[in-house]
Design a protein around this ligand. Structure first.
Ligand SMILES: Nc1ncnc2c1ncn2[C@@H]1O[C@H](COP(=O)(O)OP(=O)(O)O)[C@@H](O)[C@H]1O
Ligand SMILES: [Mg+2]
Length: 283
């Protein structure tokens, strides 16, 4: 049985009479990436703040590594990592010294610093002032710092938002490696491709409600009532066919006469599902 690292039971949060989170239930296990996918204002950051002890819920219970999130102590903080927009990097320190400072605080062997710099692609920036890094490089450093002590559970609040695609891809690769090492990861994003690619489970969040939950594939197939196929013919003509007898007979005909170059099923994306369920776009 995989260990449950984080559990939310009926969590709600009200700010000055306005409900930001409504009855949120979910769990994260070791080696699992759970995605909170929702547009700006959906309640993603509020959820992260509650489960990391930076805010207190209005009702419900949440436990992190078997402790109540309202009573998080040092022992728990030593086992989690948090990446939010407030980077907390010391700009006048070098890249290496930023990590050294945390390594000393968290009693991590300094050998781990160079291993991580290599892994996040900052080896060449090792002795550069952190304040001189690009946005993508800063985010790599923030991430290296968050996983320096090999936390059991990592929180990432929109970690690739506004980054160039190649840095985003490097970060995706690193997250999948960390997951393989057994880390549980709570990722918030408004990027449905990122969620589809990385997450074992996703919760679609809208106005503080989880409106869908499952694996990205399960969720998309749940909304695939209107089955369609995109067929590319040898002539390079592209045709969309519906699953009705006449059109399937046509596909069959093309297949046996070897006229088909490729066939793709057109199930909806998480973005389409979100739009269907909420009537709103994700970004
Ligand atoms: N400290 C706060 N005081 C009042 N309202 C807040 C506060 N923090 C967040 N909110 C409100 O709660 C809702 C959810 O915000 P947030 O969790 O930041 O969303 P997201 O991270 O998904 O963009 C928004 O309507 C936001 O305005
Ligand atoms: Mg946010």
């Amino acid at each position: 049985m995989k260990e449950v690292l984080l559990k939310l039971n009926h969590i709600s949060k009200t700010f000055a009479g306005r409900q930001a989170l409504k009855d949120i239930n979910m769990m994260i296990h070791e080696g699992e990436i759970l995605g909170f996918l929702g547009p700006s204002g959906a309640g993603k950051t509020t959820t992260i703040k509650i489960v990391t002890g930076q805010l207190v819920q209005s009702s419900g219970e949440a436990t992190i590594l078997n402790s109540d999130t309202r009573k998080i102590n040092e022992e728990i903080y030593e086992k989690i990592g948090i990446v939010t927009d407030a980077s907390g990097i010391y700009e006048e320190f070098t890249v290496y010294d930023n990590l050294l400072l945390f390594a000393q605080l968290l009693k991590v062997e300094t050998l781990r610093i160079d291993e991580l710099l290599e892994r996040v692609g900052l080896k060449e920036q090792r002795n550069q002032m952190a304040g001189k890094l690009s946005k993508g490089q800063t985010q790599r450093l923030v991430l290296a710092r968050a996983v320096l002590h090999k936390p059991k559970l990592l929180f990432l609040d929109e970690p690739t938002s506004g980054l160039d695609p190649s840095t985003a891809l490097d970060i995706h690769k690193l997250l999948l490696e960390l997951k393989d090492d057994g880390m549980g990861i709570f990722l918030t994003t408004h990027n449905m491709e990122e969620a589809t690619k990385l997450c074992d489970h996703v919760a679609l969040l809208n106005d503080g409600n989880i409106v869908e939950f499952g694996t990205p594939k399960e969720i998309c197939l749940r909304y695939n009532s209107d089955k369609k196929y995109r067929v590319l013919l040898n002539s390079q003509e592209e045709v969309i066919l519906s699953q009705n007898p006449a059109q399937m007979a046509q596909l069959h005909e093309w297949l046996i006469t070897d006229e088909v170059e490729a066939v793709h099923s057109c199930e909806p994306t998480l973005e389409n599902v979100f739009l269907t369920v909420t009537g709103r776009e994700l970004q």
